[in-house]
Design a protein around this ligand. Structure first.
Ligand code: UD1
Length: 417
C-alpha cells in the first residue's frame, strides 16, 4: 500500500505552482457529452478522478484521452447511456454525468453513489432538478433510470446550494432551448468555470457566482477549448502546510480572489499574507495564534474541503480553535490520527475544539479521505521526527504531484509505492 514517509520540522520555503481544479474539470468533462463535438481542456490535473472520468466517457463510446497538458474529448461518437457500477463506485462525482447523458440521449442509467468517507452523499436534489426539467426517475435492480422524451425549461429551487446538484441542473438545462432558472444555486468558483465552458459551447448562462442562475440552451459549437481555473483547495493545502511549519512560501498560478475566507483565517492566525496577480505569498515566521471559531459553509464561506487543512495548521497555534462543520456529517476522520501525533483535539457532534500544543511527534497515521490525507501530511511536516502517512490512494484522487511540490519547498518527504 502506498504511503508517504515524512521527516518533519523543516519550515517550507520557496515557490510552487498550483494545478488545475479537480472540482472544475470533472463537471466540464461531463458537460462535454452535451455538445456532441470536440472539447480540449487545458490545465487539467493528472489525477485518478480525471482518469476515471476518461474511462466513463470511453465506456459511453466517446473518444477521450490525455493530450499535452490536458485532455481531448470527442463526444460525437457517443452511443451509450449507462454508467457502469464499478466506475460509479470509483468516482463519487460520476453522478455529474446524469444531467449530461440524460439531456443528450433522453435516458441515463447509473447506480446511486453510496455513503462515502465524509458522510452520506444523497442525490435527492439532483433527481429533483431532473424531474423539474421534465424527466422521470425510477429504481431498477439497484440502479436509477432517468428518462425524458424532451427536457423543458423550469424554475428549480434547491433546498440547499449543493455544488453537484447545481452543476447537474445547469448541464441538463443547457440541453434545452427554453429558459431555466436555478434558485439557491451554489456560487463556488467551479460553478462559474462550468458556466464559462457552457457559454463557450453555445449556451446562454447568466448569474453564475450568485444564488440565481439563468440558463438557455442553444446550438452547440463543434469545437470548444477551455482552460481550467487553478485549484483553490490545493492552494489552501500549500498555504496550510507553510503555516503549520512556520515557513515562507510563494504560491503561483493561483486565484487569491477564490480564497477569501481561507486567507482571512490565516491572517487571523498571525500569518503575513500578500496577494498579487495570480500569486499569494505567506509568511508564518512569527508564530501562530488560534484564528478563533471557523465555521464551514457554502462559498464564499469557509470551504469544508479546507477544514482538515486549516486544522493541521492550528495544532500548534496558541489558544483554542473551534471548527464547526456544517456541510458534511463525517468530516473529522483525520482527528484521531492527529491525536496520535500529540494534538489536543476533542470532538462533539459537528464541532471540534483544538487546543494548541508546543510540539507534535511523528507517528504512523492513515487517512480515510482526500483532504484528510493532505491534512495529515501537513501535520506530519510540522511534527518532530518521522511520520508514515497511509491512505495515499485518496490523495491521488485530487493532487497532481503534491509530494514533488512539497519537496521543492524543502520538505523531507518521499513516497513508497
Ligand atoms: C462538491 C465537491 C466537494 C466539496 C463539496 C462542498 C466536487 C466534485 N466535489 O461535492 O469537494 O466538499 O462540493 O463544497 O465538486 N446534499 C443533499 N442532497 C443532494 C446533494 C447534496 O442533501 O442531492 C447535501 C450533502 O449531503 C452535503 C451537502 O448537501 O451535506 C453539500 O453537498 P454538495 O454541495 O452537493 O457536495 P458535492 O457536490 O458532492
Amino acid at each position: 500500500m502506498s504511503r508517504m514517509i515524512i521527516n518533519g520540522g523543516v519550515p517550507l520555503s520557496g515557490s510552487v505552482t498550483v494545478q488545475g481544479a479537480k472540482n472544475s474539470v470533472l463537471p466540464i468533462m461531463a458537460a462535454a457529452v452535451l455538445t456532441g463535438g470536440k472539447t480540449v481542456i487545458h490545465n487539467c490535473p493528472r489525477i485518478s478522478d480525471v482518469e476515471c472520468s476518461l474511462r466513463i466517457l470511453d465506456h459511453l463510446g466517446c473518444v477521450a484521452r490525455w493530450e499535452g497538458d490536458g485532455v481531448y474529448i470527442d463526444t460525437g461518437t457517443m452511443t451509450g447511456s449507462t454508467i457502469p457500477d464499478d466506475l460509479m463506485g470509483d468516482l463519487r462525482s460520476s453522478v455529474i454525468f446524469m444531467g449530461a447523458v440524460l439531456a443528450r440521449t433522453g435516458r441515463v442509467r447509473f447506480s446511486p453513489p453510496g455513503g462515502c468517507e465524509i458522510g452520506p452523499r444523497p442525490i435527492d436534489l439532483h433527481l429533483e432538478a431532473m424531474k423539474r426539467l421534465g424527466a422521470s426517475a425510477v429504481s431498477d435492480k439497484g440502479s436509477i433510470i432517468c428518462r425524458a422524451d424532451r427536457l423543458h425549461g423550469a424554475v428549480i429551487e434547491l433546498r440547499f446550494p449543493s455544488v453537484g446538484a447545481t452543476e447537474n441542473a445547469m448541464i441538463a438545462a443547457a440541453g434545452c432551448c427554453e429558459l431555466t432558472v436555478i434558485k439557491n444555486a451554489a456560487a463556488e468558483p467551479e460553478i462559474s468555470d462550468l458556466a464559462e465552458y457552457l457559454r463557450k459551447a453555445g449556451a446562454s448562462v447568466t448569474g453564475d457566482g450568485t444564488g440565481t442562475i439563468e440558463i438557455r440552451g442553444g446550438r452547440f459549437e463543434k469545437s470548444v477549448v477551455h482552460e481550467i481555473i487553478p485549484d483553490r483547495i490545493v492552494t489552501a493545502t500549500y498555504l496550510a502546510a507553510t503555516a503549520a511549519t512556520g515557513g515562507h512560501v510563494r504560491v503561483e498560478g493561483t486565484r487569491p480572489d477564490h480564497l477569501g475566507a481561507v486567507l482571512e483565517a490565516l491572517s487571523r492566525m498571525g500569518c503575513e499574507v500578500e496577494t498579487g496577480n495570480g500569486t499569494i505569498v505567506l509568511d508564518a515566521g512569527r508564530g501562530l495564534v488560534s484564528p478563533g471559531v471557523v465555521v464551514t459553509g457554502p462559498y464564499p464561506r469557509f470551504p469544508t474541503d479546507a477544514q482538515p487543512l486549516l486544522m493541521a495548521a492550528c495544532l500548534k497555534a496558541r489558544g483554542e480553535t473551534v471548527f464547526e462543520e456544517t456541510v458534511f456529517e463525517n468530516r473529522f476522520r483525520h482527528v484521531p490520527e492527529m491525536i496520535r501525533m500529540g494534538a489536543d483535539i476533542s470532538v462533539k457532534g459537528h464541532r471540534a475544539a483544538v487546543r494548541g500544543v508546543n510540539t507534535l511527534r511523528g507517528a504512523e497515521v492513515s487517512a480515510g479521505e482526500l483532504r484528510g490525507c493532505a491534512a495529515l501530511i501537513a501535520a506530519a511536516l510540522s511534527a518532530d521526527g518521522e511520520s508514515t502517512v497511509g491512505g495515499i490512494k485518496y490523495l491521488d484522487r485530487g493532487y497532481d504531484g503534491l509530494c514533488r511540490g512539497l519537496r521543492a519547498l524543502g520538505a523531507d518527504i518521499r513516497r513508497i509505492d
